[in-house]
Design a protein around this ligand. Sequence first.
Ligand SMILES: NC(=O)c1ccc[n+]([C@@H]2O[C@H](COP(=O)([O-])OP(=O)(O)OC[C@H]3O[C@@H](n4cnc5c(N)ncnc54)[C@H](OP(=O)(O)O)[C@@H]3O)[C@@H](O)[C@H]2O)c1
Length: 253
Amino acid sequence: MNEITVYHWLVIAWMALAAVTFVALLFVTAPYGRFTRSGWGPRISARWGWILMETPVLATFLVLYGLSDRKSNPASLVLLAFWAAHYVHRSLVYPFRLRSSRPTITVAVVAMGAAFNVGNGYLNGRYLFSLGPELPASWLLDPRFVAGALLFWGGYLLNQHSDHVLIGLRSGGETGYKIPYGGGYRFVSCPNYLGEMMEWGGWALACWNLGALAFLVWTVANLAPRALKTHRWYRDTFPDYPRERKALLPFIV
Ligand SMILES: NC(=O)c1ccc[n+]([C@@H]2O[C@H](COP(=O)([O-])OP(=O)(O)OC[C@H]3O[C@@H](n4cnc5c(N)ncnc54)[C@H](OP(=O)(O)O)[C@@H]3O)[C@@H](O)[C@H]2O)c1
């Protein structure tokens, strides 16, 4: 079997695993942050957790780009910039902005996250830079790319602003939780997750391949159940929590 055939089977298996994960996460919440609990093994700080989980995907993508003979292709370069903008921030900037150094993430979550990220980096980078058809420069004017780019960067801004609001809720050595206000929080409890989904929805449109679509499916599978649980947690924890606020999609869910 050649690599492209293996690749297509891997993408199908990857999407099936995302569907199983989605169902599992409706019943079992990933043990990190406000949902950390005993019985899941050792924990480390969120800062180290994010660095260890996210740098492998940045490295995987850069290695696959380095191995490619499409390094000066404009579409490859632009999509590489999208990916790097997200993952340089997530793996090397965001962790150092977090205020609390409590051990809130289990090593099991970090290991699963890192393994997922390497697989995801391969499925996206290998197709984009080597296995898939080479995208022409004119792709950057295609309506699918333009709509995808707008969605990606809109999601990027929403995600970063929403994370910024959460980080700003604590000062000094504070570790407790407060009600976030402003920006996307006027409408939903988890605008950071909504922004993340918009980013990878935009990515799927801009790349227009199944590996990129599988990443969107995984993002929804991971974050939609967590948004529902976080929303319920806010309502149960704060009696004055804004009643009109939805969980994830403004005015809908
Ligand atoms: N692509 C994916 O599949 C995926 C998966 C997971 C996360 N992410 C992204 O990674 C980022 C972080 O995710 P996350 O699940 O850790 O987000 P989160 O639970 O909202 O927490 C983000 C940070 O804010 C703090 N925080 C949250 N709510 C707070 C409140 N009400 N008051 C004070 N501090 C609060 C948390 O502290 P504690 O740690 O003490 O709770 C944590 O440091 C998000 O941008 C998310 O979109 C992406």
